[in-house]
Design a protein around this ligand. Structure first.
Ligand code: MSP
Length: 568
């Protein structure tokens, strides 16, 4: 996650905790499959880091303020506070259903969060980074921002992505965003993996080059009062993005007042606009060091977001906000922008009426099937088309026919020919790669797997595990244990085949555990392996994924169907 070299003297310390966040979902309507994808993706990455033995802090939550929420609550005839409570619960329930195991849950209406947002606003205001001005222009209700001519399409109109656009005249507070344009360009120039995939970083850089004007960070209460009040003007609430983005630090223990007070280096009110980049960085590093250990142990985070919220929200507003409050360049988060699940090539949206309800999916196919499909059928960063047929097809082919069938037939044969007992002879010490003309050994597979997970591409990691299962089925078909069992001269050969199958299944369970934790437990349970840890996450460790850990004489359990076929 951290990078080295390109920032010269800035040295990055390895954080003790792997910190991962997701976008926080709007509570204006219940979750759909797009929300589920992002959270499962983050959960899989978090589980992979736990599998490596790392301390993990996985933060997700809900975005409860703003105009969209206020409008939806008004439509429902319910006060916003009550409205968001209900929708928030739906998100919490969904993550429980889908085994999304987070460490902290962010709600932007909480006092804890509000204090940090107000602390940051106060600090920027006192430092002259926020000023009051009057604006007249076109306003996008959907994106909750004023539009400029740059947002107009070739036909001179504002595109559909802006939703309803109206003319407005208003006094508001502005954050000096444009002042940081050069800094952001130089930061992106120095850090090539600030955004992954790389083509999204290019997209961001191009957008930064076009950046002009400051960011309106307030909304008059006369028009929107469902938000966090500005600490220096009670007639305004803050812009929902300024509020929401702050969750990433407010829920990680950031203290907006620690910096200036602790260091005494930068009195409140210091204007950094004339500082050279080098000076700004040196001061910032020390300011950041004034944060509590609790925060510094975690930060910076890997932030999982959808491609639509990279520009301008995360790539411009968020990075500049962090820089403006004293985060040094080597403490900038890394942004992983994923693609979208579409339906029949069209965007999934409430207004299009093509919402796919993840509760229904989980109920119909089970959490594991949904997680597997969402992780295996999309390449991170790209879009994919959602279809129930495809989900069923992949489930039946990969899980029921390949992995499930392998588990079932292996345990059945071990029971039938050896009363469940494995023999770890000399010949079983290594994987019979050459004997059966196979492509990858589990050892090689693990390297591929680590590469896939390090590159945040769970679809490739799933492929590694599936390939090992396919190879085992190939071994069974070639070795024909039922024939070997009839020939006493083939006794050792049969032991070797059976051991290979059980040991491969043990390794496959470890590899699939971030994506399908329940199935991984199922395999370990049926292998009667590490039973004292049954149901617990620490049962799985990547370090255990080396060949030959099942001991001689180990007795496996009875087969129970793990992935019953889904009949259409
Ligand atoms: N509340 C803001 C994010 C604030 S983060 C400080 C928001 N909320 S959202 O509910 O509209 O979207 C939440 C996340 O879900 C975003 O990252 C968005 O890209 C993602 N997705 C929404 N629809 C999606 C798909 N159809 N497919 C994949 N992800 C999608 O934006």
């Amino acid at each position: 996650m951290l990078y080295s070299g390109s920032l010269g003297s800035v040295s990055a310390q390895m954080p003790k905790t792997f910190f991962i966040t997701t976008a926080i979902d709007y509570t204006n309507s219940p979750p759909h499959v797009g929300h589920a994808y992002e959270k499962v993706l983050a959960d899989v990455i978090a589980r992979y880091h736990r599998l490596k033995g790392e301390e993990v802090f996985f933060l997700t939550g809900v975005d409860q303020h703003g105009q969209k929420v206020q409008q939806s609550a008004a439509k429902a005839g319910i006060p916003p506070a009550e409205f968001v409570k209900d929708i928030t619960q739906k998100f919490v329930d969904l993550w429980k259903n889908l085994d999304v195991k987070y460490d902290e849950w962010a709600e932007t209406t909480s006092d804890r969060h509000k204090k940090v947002v107000q602390g940051i606003l106060r600090r920027l205001f006192d430092a002259g980074q926020i000023y009051k001005d009057k604006q007249a222009g076109y306003y996008s209700v959907r994106q909750e921002q004023f539009l400029t001519d740059k947002e107009r399409g070739a036909d001179g109109q504002f595109g559909a992505e802006w939703g309803e656009v109206e003319f407005r005249e208003e006094e508001n507070y502005y954050f000096r965003l444009s002042q940081y344009k050069d800094w952001l360009l130089s930061y992106l120039e120095n850090r090539k993996d600030a955004v992954i995939p790389g083509f999204r970083q290019t997209e961001l850089r191009n957008a930064v080059e076009r950046l002009s004007g400051d960011l309106c960070i307030s909304r008059p209460k006369s028009r929107l009062d469902w938000g966090i009040e500005l600490p220096f003007d009670k007639d305004f609430v803050t812009y929902v993005w300024f509020d929401a983005l702050t969750n990433y630090i407010s829920y990680a223990g950031y203290d907006p007042n620690a910096n200036a007070v602790a260091t005494g280096l930068r009195p409140v009110g210091t204007d950094r606009s004339n500082e050279s980049l080098g000076t700004a960085r040196a001061v910032a590093t020390r300011e950041f060091d004034a944060q509590l250990q609790e925060f510094r142990d975690k930060w910076p985070a890997l932030q999982i977001i959808g491609k639509d919220v990279l520009v301008p929200a995360h790539g411009i507003y968020w990075l500049i906000m962090l820089h403006a409050i004293g985060f040094p360049d080597d403490q900038m988060p890394q942004l992983l922008a994923h693609g979208w699940w579409n339906l029949g090539g069209a965007k999934i949206s409430k207004s299009a009426g093509n919402i796919i309800d993840p509760f229904v999916l989980a109920e119909k196919y089970g959490a594991e099937a949904v997680r597997y499909y969402l992780m295996s059928d999309i390449a991170t960063g790209k879009d994919a088309d959602f279809s129930d047929e495809r989900l069923i097809e992949r489930y039946n082919a990969d899980l029921a026919n390949s992995l499930g069938n392998l588990l079932n037939r292996s345990l059945t044969m071990i029971e039938k020919y050896r009363a469940g007992k494995l023999t770890r002879s000399k010949s079983a010490e290594s994987y019979p790669l050459e004997e059966y003309g196979l492509r990858v050994s589990p050892t090689l597979g693990i390297i591929e797997y680590i590469n896939a997970m390090t590159g945040h591409t769970p679809h490739l990691a799933c492929q590694v595990a599936l390939n090992l299962a396919l190879q085992c089925n190939q071994i069974v078909d070639a070795a024909k244990p039922w024939v070997l069992a009839k020939d006493s001269a083939e006794c050792g050969h049969l032991d070797q085949v059976l051991y290979t199958l059980a040991e491969s299944l043990r390794i496959i369970a470890i590899l699939i555990s971030p994506v399908m934790p329940r199935a991984a437990h199922g395999i370990f349970d049926q292998l009667s392996w590490k039973m004292e840890l049954s149901g617990k996450e620490e049962r799985f460790s990547l370090a255990d994924a080396e060949w030959g850990k099942l001991p001689d004489g180990h007795v496996v359990g009875k087969p129970v169907p793990l992935f019953p076929r889904i009949e259409q």
